[in-house]
Design a protein around this ligand. Sequence first.
Ligand code: ADP
Ligand code: MG
Length: 368
Amino acid sequence: MITTKDLTKVYRTRDREVTALDGVDLHVRDGEVFGVVGQSGAGKSSLIRCVNLLERPTAGTVTVDGQELTALTGNSKRAGKELRRARGRIGMVFQHFNLLSSRTVLGNVELPLEILGHSGQERTRKARELLDLVGLAEKAGSYPAQLSGGQKQRVGIARALAGDPKVLLSDEATSALDPETTRSVLQLLRDLNRQLGLTVLLITHEMEVVKAVCDSAALMKGGRITESGTVPELLATPGSELARELFPVGGVPSAPGRTVVDVTFHGETTTEPVISKLSRTYNVDISILGAAMDTVAGKQVGRMRIELPGSFEDNVVPIGFLREQGLTVEVAAVATPAAGAASEAGSRASGAASPDEDEAARAEESAK
Ligand SMILES: Nc1ncnc2c1ncn2[C@@H]1O[C@H](COP(=O)(O)OP(=O)(O)O)[C@@H](O)[C@H]1O
Ligand SMILES: [Mg+2]
């Protein structure tokens, strides 16, 4: 539904250049909720503004619903008109709502309908219908100042739906809201996604948002997408930073001479008693150092950090057993008795590669 190819955006100011997007290939499937996460300055807002061409990309292409928007260039009347029409089918929701304070709630939703050329009566009918859809029918006559943050964002969403879009773009739509309101706005986006078959591309810096509503996610860093996939795919990818941030597990080895592994459960495996099977089959004592269980996109998922006695070599077979059960297994730290064991196991979550981790990678590599 949304595809970008080698999308590049360079901002040029008088004295410097900033490369906000550095060759972004994004693919959002029809009907999915896709989350882009990343720290401030990663290029998330630039990406979303380039997708609906509020911002002209420096290079690369943007295709939405089969139409290459970046091809609609030039100042000809026709190109301008086509671009406006294409943009009308892409709704946009902003962090700070961007409502007109002088207009009522109804008036705010009527505005884009006015621009789209709907007549007075038709405008009011459609705006009321949209307010009903977002659960705000009774606030039609109120002014933005009389609304809570969550209600303002609902107006913002109703307004974004004015052109019957196929795609909704949301830039940090819940960042200014408290956790409970965030949940209800996310639920609304999910409902609209299901009811209207709306494809949603949302940008956030909160992992909770991804957990709550996203089918797929991508991680952005320094203007590039470093990871991307469906949430189950990400969870099944060893070394995935997104998976780790979605399910942070802590815990350091209890003593030297142990092997620490992170196990990710998803799908069927969440209900299987694999750990006790492992313990019985190989007669090993297993300690659980940390664990996190949650529901992602309606499915049970979890991660667990466990500790096995002995070196990696001693545990090749049990680790293979876990993999055979369909679990994703990553060796977080390997016993290195000489160096005082794997005390850095917890540092994975920070993204810093520790020497122990390198060792773990080497040990695993040599075992293949
Ligand atoms: N209009 C602009 N002019 C110049 N630099 C900009 C502009 N918009 C964004 N940037 C720069 O581009 C980079 C990416 O910004 P942005 O896309 O807003 O990231 P994010 O939304 O992830 O915080 C930042 O370094 C930012 O300062
Ligand atoms: Mg931003």
